[in-house]
Design a protein around this ligand. Sequence first.
Ligand SMILES: NC(=O)C1=CN([C@@H]2O[C@H](COP(=O)(O)OP(=O)(O)OC[C@H]3O[C@@H](n4cnc5c(N)ncnc54)[C@H](O)[C@@H]3O)[C@@H](O)[C@H]2O)C=CC1
Ligand SMILES: NCC(=O)COP(=O)(O)O
Length: 348
Amino acid sequence: MTAGGGDTRLAPLAVTLGEPSGVGADIVLMLKAAKADALPPLFVLADPDMLSARASRLGLSGRIRFETIAAPEDAAGARPEALALLPLENRQTETPGTPRPANGAGTIEAIDRGVGFCLDGRASAIVTGPIDKKALYDVGFRHPGHTEYLAELCSRSGTPVVPVMLLTGPELSCVPVTIHIPLADVPAALTRDLIVETCRITAADYRRRLGIAAPRLAVAGLNPHAGEKGAIGEEDEAVIRPAIEALRAEGIDAVGPLPADTMFHPPARARYDVAICMYHDQALIPAKTLAFDETVNVTLGLPIIRTSPDHGTAADIAGTGTARPDSFAAAIALAWKMAASEAAAKTP
Ligand SMILES: NC(=O)C1=CN([C@@H]2O[C@H](COP(=O)(O)OP(=O)(O)OC[C@H]3O[C@@H](n4cnc5c(N)ncnc54)[C@H](O)[C@@H]3O)[C@@H](O)[C@H]2O)C=CC1
Ligand SMILES: NCC(=O)COP(=O)(O)O
């Protein structure tokens, strides 16, 4: 075991900073400064000059030592009080609050290399800092977000991967079935097959990586009052209920469709492990309202483990030292726990 309680048999975590004009660098540096050697083994994929400029801006230069490494394996030899840093080939400049198109290549390189290390078994998991989606779209990035891009990277070896977004916190875990699409497109995108596949992946990853052998899924309706028996919209009865019946027939503990307005209060939450929601904000509003600082974004369905803080780039406070690193800390801790749980399951 390491000083941080880490299991030295596991490969280190690969950490990306996300958008350089956001708080990704701040929260990594602040967490390292606060926790020193109490973190699991990890390394950061970053431009060294950009990261040290942000450390200097935050007044943390004297408290954090960087140790440049050439490969993930070298992270194990880094001093526990130092932050292991694997330099990017693409350079990035430090411009808090203002995205620069020239920084986009480095942001994408960090994700690509972090995923590659996970697929090769040289990193246990990837923990991603938030990206500015519009800034990346402007330089040609063609994926709605990390979730979809990670699936594309993991599918390149031939087996197609369907990604599922999970937001998990101390009081609520929920999955949006449709993710980064306009609200107007949601009804057409919701199909029985998509709901069934999302729930199957969720149940399987809960069993395999999150330590719940028989997860209880609560499936939300789409319309007010879950459609009021078809009087307020037809998707609940025509699409969602048949999906739940199919899931139950194969032994998955799914109930619903439940009216979304009454499924998030404490006694209702006690009846399930994960809420399956029909669109992004139906899931993320309750998750972030209940525990903005502790909720973690996990991508299920991948051959690798990926976690991320629940928040975005917070460019309005980047470089000010006021960003809270708690959700990022929770993302690190959960990635390590999932990696340990997966390794234990593989051990004969
Ligand atoms: N995993 C990812 O890559 C994610 C990326 N985003 C992206 O982030 C960008 C900004 O999104 P917004 O909707 O503005 O959400 P946001 O989470 O960046 O900011 C919303 C508000 O919360 C505050 N905030 C966020 N994180 C904080 C922290 N750690 N400590 C203290 N205050 C914090 C911000 O200052 C802001 O006032 C968008 O481009 C979005 O696509 C959003 C969510 C996740
Ligand atoms: N609102 C959640 C979010 O945008 C996370 O996106 P991703 O980049 O993790 O796919």
